[in-house]
Design a protein around this ligand. Structure first.
Ligand code: GDP
Ligand code: MG
Length: 439
């Protein structure tokens, strides 16, 4: 998926102008990418149309090449589709009790999310009470109690002999008496959507004034998650969605479809099994994830602002010919410094995170002066052909720069590392765009 997209954009980057045919070709690949990311066909079709309308005939912004312009439009439209601003869970003010009902299929992550949410609300100064309304799954009540305890949040339970409607009502009375201001109902799910489940949820809603019905869906289930959201939306009515298990391989296309199809916002995303792993949903991050490009957009923006096109082209040639040398290294270090440190740039490229540990030292001011001294102590030939640096040459360089051998060795190692990484930077410096890691 990602490789494919990158190929398209790489090809576009090489062209001076974007014709209608170019846009069409690019969007064809984007379409495939979206479908592979589990975005529903209906949504993809509509999306293609809006992008096409915008892209063809659009002015290419100065500082961006046509290919980057297409990326920008695709990205913006994805964000638009998911709702441009982050949505919030609506809570009543002060001591009034906000009732939140968690709904969803079995295993979607309701109980876990209930506890996570309680922790979040508690840390914001709310006083949440959890109610164990799943009386079907044997371990459900204990699970909620254990998680609630970990969060320091009280769990109201009446065992598994009562029906969920009565439990919810009793929990509400308890909340009123004990001055809780949020009541979260952890309800039961079924393996599949069924009438009993829907009826039970509707009954609770009838017995109690539920302020927010929050649907929990498993992002890993892709298209199914979208169908689930649609059905729950119709039969029970939902106010918002939590998309769980986004820490896994899910590409997140469901987020796009759910918003587009139900019209309801994604409130949070589950990023792991730990109780702290509940995050606010950011449409722009999700757009990047769906495109599988990391924060390529902001990378482009940053790079564009600082890199002189000509220099980049020159550098590209050098990578091609594999003649990247120490002079170029020095120059790129200076450029990187202007971009806020190499690591801040590399951080934005998926799969690069693990490789950047020592990199910031490369652009440390003091360090750079020493490096410059070492590089200037090299002969021009050593600078352009680093492979000839043998121990005696290194010793001479060390002496010339007033540093010890170890530091020269470190410089050479960092140089090799930088060379390798710059080659992998997709498109930025005109590198070859190496294999990408997992997002
Ligand atoms: P419920 O049946 O809807 O109440 O689902 P549970 O809360 O019991 O969760 C089912 C499983 O999914 C449990 O093993 C959870 O630890 C796991 N789970 C829930 N949310 C997440 C998440 O965001 N990421 C990951 N990796 N696992 C999750
Ligand atoms: Mg549960």
């Amino acid at each position: 998926l990602t490789d494919k997209l990158q190929n398209v954009f790489k090809n576009l980057r090489k062209k001076g102008r974007l014709t209608e045919a170019d846009v069409k070709a690019a969007l064809k690949e984007v379409k495939m990418a979206l479908l592979e990311a589990d975005v529903s066909f209906k949504v993809v079709k509509q999306f293609m149309k809006s992008v096409q309308e915008r892209a063809v005939g659009a002015d290419v912004m100065s500082g961006l090449n046509p290919g980057q312009m297409v990326i920008k439009i695709v990205n913006e439209e994805l964000v638009n589709l998911m709702g441009s601003e982050t949505a919030e869970l609506l809570l009543k003010p002060g001591s009034e009790i906000t009732v939140i009902m968690m709904v969803g299929l079995q295993g979607a992550g309701k109980t876990t999310t209930t506890a996570k949410l309680a922790g979040k609300l508690k840390s914001k100064g709310r006083k949440p009470l959890l109610a164990a309304c799943d009386v079907y799954r044997p371990a459900a009540i204990t699970q909620l109690q254990v998680n609630g305890e970990k969060q320091g949040v009280e769990v109201f339970s009446m065992g598994d002999k009562q029906n969920p409607v009565n439990i919810a009502k009793a929990a509400y009375e308890h909340a009123k008496k004990e001055k809780f201001n949020v009541l979260i109902l952890d309800t039961a799910g079924r393996l599949h959507i069924d009438e009993d489940m829907m009826k039970e949820l509707a009954d609770i809603k009838e017995a109690l004034e539920v302020d927010q019905t929050v649907l929990v869906v498993d992002a890993m289930t892709g298209q199914d998650a979208v169908n689930v959201a649609e059905t729950f939306g119709e039969k029970v009515g939902i106010d918002g969605v939590v998309l769980t298990k986004l820490d896994g391989d899910a590409r997140g296309g469901a987020a796009l479809s759910i918003r587009a199809i139900t019209g309801k916002p994604i409130l949070f995303v589950g990023m792991g099994e730990k109780l702290s792993d509940l995050e606010q949903f950011y449409p722009d991050r999700m757009a990047s994830r769906i495109l599988g490009m990391g924060d390529v957009m902001s990378l482009i923006e940053k790079a564009q602002a600082n890199l002189d096109e000509e220099k980049a082209k020159e550098m590209e040639q050098k990578f091609r010919k594999n003649s990247f040398g120490f002079d170029d290294y020095l120059e790129s270090m200076n450029q990187m410094k202007n971009m806020g440190g190499l690591s801040s740039v590399l951080n934005m490229i998926p799969g690069m995170g693990s490789q950047i540990k020592d990199i910031d030292s490369m652009v440390d001011e003091k360090d750079m002066a020493r490096k410059e001294a070492m590089i200037l102590s090299m002969t021009p030939r050593e600078r352009s052909h680093p492979e000839i640096l043998n121990p005696s040459r290194k010793a001479r360089i060390a002496k010339g720069a007033g540093v010890d051998m170890a530091e020269v060795n470190r410089l050479v190692k960092q140089f090799e590392q930088a060379k390798k990484m710059m080659k992998q930077m997709p498109g930025l410096m005109g590198g070859k765009g190496g294999k990408r890691g997992k997002f």
